[in-house]
Write a protein that binds this ligand. Structure first.
Ligand code: S3P
Length: 196
């Protein structure tokens, strides 16, 4: 039986697939995973969890500090373990880190956790890179170590695109959408399918 949810911010109710427990947002840095995820969770009355924040809280250190002290491979191990933990939570919108789908372990965890639907927030590299630069000017604490070299960042973007696409049940092109519009499109995509 599908589950009917009264949307917090609207008068209408929507019908979610009955087995749906988690909506996971993937995509490159700057795709809007956190801002869209917060809106979506608020609309559904679900928890919102940002995997980067979850990882930092578990490690007791920031991502830039983890990269500089222990290197990226160590960060990726912490990321996998934070993901496994996050996927045990019910009724949760989870925003992944941009690099989470690079690890096979993480893709398998996402594919094999029941009740989980993955949504890819897609936009061109130039749009995403500009957004990230604006974010780093607006909040200088928000450092993304993997953006230090634009050329390497673009290479990561190209390598990850097929991974995001294959992992996701739905792809939402977000370049021209507000976070609220993107959240609406995600709900429309999920509710148009009766099951997961
Ligand atoms: C990373 C993306 C970041 C964060 C870390 C590495 C990446 O997350 O996990 O800095 O490799 O793309 P956001 O996509 O939330 O910025």
């Amino acid at each position: 039986m599908p589950t009917t949810v009264e949307l917090a911010a609207a008068t209408e109710a929507i019908t979610l697939p009955a087995t749906l427990q988690r909506i996971v947002l993937t995509g490159f840095m700057g795709a809007g995973k956190t801002s869209v995820g917060r809106i979506l969770a608020q609309q559904l009355g679900w928890q919102f969890l940002d995997l980067d924040d979850h990882l930092e809280a578990r490690a007791g250190a920031t991502i830039p500090a983890l990269f500089s002290t222990h290197g990226e491979p160590h960060f990726r191990r912490l990321e996998s373990s934070a993901l496994a933990n996050a996927l045990s939570r019910p009724h949760t919108v989870l925003a992944l880190g941009g690099g989470t789908p690079e690890q096979l372990t993480n893709r398998l965890l996402l594919e094999q956790t029941p009740g989980t639907v993955v949504i890819f927030l897609d936009a061109p590299f130039e749009t995403l890179f500009d957004r990230c630069m604006l974010q780093s000017f607006a909040s200088p604490d928000h450092i993304r170590p993997v953006l230090a070299s634009p050329t390497e960042a673009e290479a990561r973007f190209r390598a990850r695109q097929p991974l995001y696409r294959r992992l996701a049940r739905h792809t939402i092109p977000t370049a021209d959408l507000t976070p609220g519009d993107a959240a609406d499109q995600i709900l429309a995509a999920i509710t148009s399918h009766g099951n997961l």
